[in-house]
Design a protein around this ligand. Structure first.
Ligand code: 5CA
Length: 159
């Protein structure tokens, strides 16, 4: 694997910088494709990993982003109520089309378009959390407060 960050990672670093945050990322030789793998690589609890999950409005076909603690599953009925329409899981093409990133490395910022964003309240339990930066081998460290300010997401109960 190259040591130089690829263009997807650079895009996220640029977004972080332009939002006033550090663009420091951590590159792992092992996969951080799933929350569990990311937690093992970082050496943190799986709950401290931010999953960036894309859903699709069943009627509008608009994307929505759920930033979820790695320990949790999204209650799709609840997220649908928050959005005002039923939702369904997005497929990999939809994720790439609306975020600009491939599944397994979707970051919380730097997307191709602005997504309605919801933040899992459980992430606020931690002093530090970790999120993907556009690749399945890189993450960055942030606080729940950072996540709120960089995404403008609404903190909600998602379970
Ligand atoms: N890099 C890690 C930790 S930050 C990461 O991106 N985790 S994640 O949970 O945000 O991304 C993996 C998620 O992608 C899975 O939980 C699943 O919801 C979703 N996913 C996996 N395969 C597909 C697929 N084929 N189409 C759409 N979504 C998928």
């Amino acid at each position: 694997m190259s040591k130089e960050p690829g263009s997807s990672v650079k895009k996220v670093q640029q977004a972080l910088k332009s939002l006033g945050f550090s663009d420091e990322i951590v590159v792992f030789p092992d996969s951080t494709r799933t929350a569990l793998e990311a937690a093992q690589a970082v050496g943190c609890s799986v709950g401290q990993i931010v999953k960036s999950l894309v859903f699709r409005g069943a009627q509008s076909h608009k994307p929505a982003l759920a930033l979820v603690s790695g320990a949790n599953r999204v209650n799709e009925t609840r997220l649908g109520l928050l959005l005002g329409e039923e939702i369904e899981k997005a497929d990999a093409d939809f994720v790439r089309q609306h975020t600009g990133f491939a599944v397994g490395g979707v970051p919380p910022v730097g997307h191709a378009e602005r997504l309605a964003t919801f933040i899992d309240r459980d992430l606020l339990r931690y002093d530090e959390i970790w999120a993907a930066t556009g690749s399945p081998h890189t993450v960055f460290r942030l606080t729940p407060g950072d996540l709120q300010s960089m995404t403008g997401g609404e903190v909600v109960t998602l379970q």
